[in-house]
Design a protein around this ligand. Structure first.
Ligand SMILES: [Zn+2]
Ligand SMILES: [Zn+2]
Length: 333
């Protein structure tokens, strides 16, 4: 099969992904083999490619927002018929037995594995995944537009959940890429007022088009104090900025897997009065199921920029340079 393989971590400007022929993935008894149609491009892929995350497999095929078709079931896989459309997310497997798995926090599993990081992912014509970690995709979504729901959508939804935002509340979104452009649609559906803070004028325009009450650059002060803020940009310097614009008791959620260092800041001015800073790590399968059902009900409309599989380096480069409006998606088959 054709795939974009990462032989060694390097800056995306040096085109580290190599489009090449590789063997088909072998499937374990509980796994399905999925023929990939589209694979969304996530900022986490950029962190994998550039080596900001620990190397768990090398060479590795990145990609964890797969929309495809069940090609083949493993000997014990019974959940889907061949030909069923499914989605494959970031969370590839958990042990099901650790204290986190047993308490509804499988996203924190001690032995979790991740698609396109611990195991090969979807920048390829075929990918293998345990049937229990694969989603059925609601009918209302076309394949192309469903791809960004698998991580940008689900992680954004978990960020919203843990932010404690309630109807009539005010929410700040820092960074307006793939995740924020979905999260704002959920927030609007919940009757939340949204402010978007992003340096890119195209992203500000998209935020306003999607219903933001106000948009400005990252350092700017929104017109009102906010109940919660989600930082999707991997920039630690935004943490004190977001806290400064937060109401008492408000929460700042950090939505990325990697962030530059957070500067020293004043406890008295920024954190006191029960303000909370928390991260989001991965997602549970329930987050995914709940989000996909909600996405179909709203319905979420994603904006995508399409690249052929062999131009994955170019897609990652555009993502790094804020040049994607909405989400980048690789067209595979
Ligand atoms: Zn576990
Ligand atoms: Zn992702």
């Amino acid at each position: 099969m054709k795939a974009c393989v990462l032989p060694a971590r390097a800056p995306v400007e040096s085109k580290p992904l190599v489009y090449s022929d590789v063997p088909l993935p072998e499937i374990k008894p509980d796994e399905v083999l999925v023929r990939v149609r589209y694979c969304g491009v996530c900022r986490t892929d950029l962190h994998v490619v550039e080596g900001e995350l620990p190397v768990l497999k090398s060479p590795v095929i990145p990609g964890h927002q797969v929309i495809g078709i069940i090609e083949k079931n493993g000997s014990q896989a019974r959940r889907f018929r061949a030909g069923t459309r499914v989605g494959i997310p970031w969370l590839h497997s958990t042990d099901g037995t650790c204290e986190y798995c047993r308490s509804g926090l499988e996203n924190l599993c001690d032995a979790a594995t991740f698609t396109g990081h611990t195991v090969d992912g979807g920048y390829a014509e075929y990918v293998a995944a345990p049937e229990a970690f694969v989603y059925r995709i609601p009918d209302g979504f076309g394949d192309l537009h469903a791809a960004p729901l698998l991580c940008a959508g689900i992680i954004g939804f978990r960020c919203l959940r843990v932010s404690g935002i309630a109807p009539e509340g005010t929410l700040g979104l820092y960074g307006f890429g793939a995740a924020a452009h979905v999260a704002i649609q959920v927030a609007k559906y919940w009757n939340v007022k949204v402010f978007a803070m992003t340096r890119d004028p195209t992203h500000q325009a998209l935020a306003l088009e999607l219903g933001a009450a106000w948009a400005g650059d990252g350092e700017s002060t929104p017109p009102e104090k906010m109940n919660a803020a989600i930082i999707f940009a991997p920039a630690g310097e935004l943490v004190p900025v977001a806290l400064r614009n937060l109401k008492k008791g408000g929460t700042v959620v950090l939505g990325g897997i990697h962030m530059s260092p957070i500067p020293a800041m004043s406890y008295d001015d920024l954190l006191y009065y029960e303000r909370v800073i928390r991260s989001v790590a991965n997602n549970t399968r329930k987050d995914g199921e709940d989000f996909l059902a909600l996405a179909a009900r709203i319905p979420i409309v994603t904006q995508v920029q399409r690249f052929p599989l062999e131009r994955a380096n170019e897609a990652l480069n555009a993502l790094k340079n804020d040049a994607i409006r909405g989400a980048a998606v690789l067209e595979v088959g």
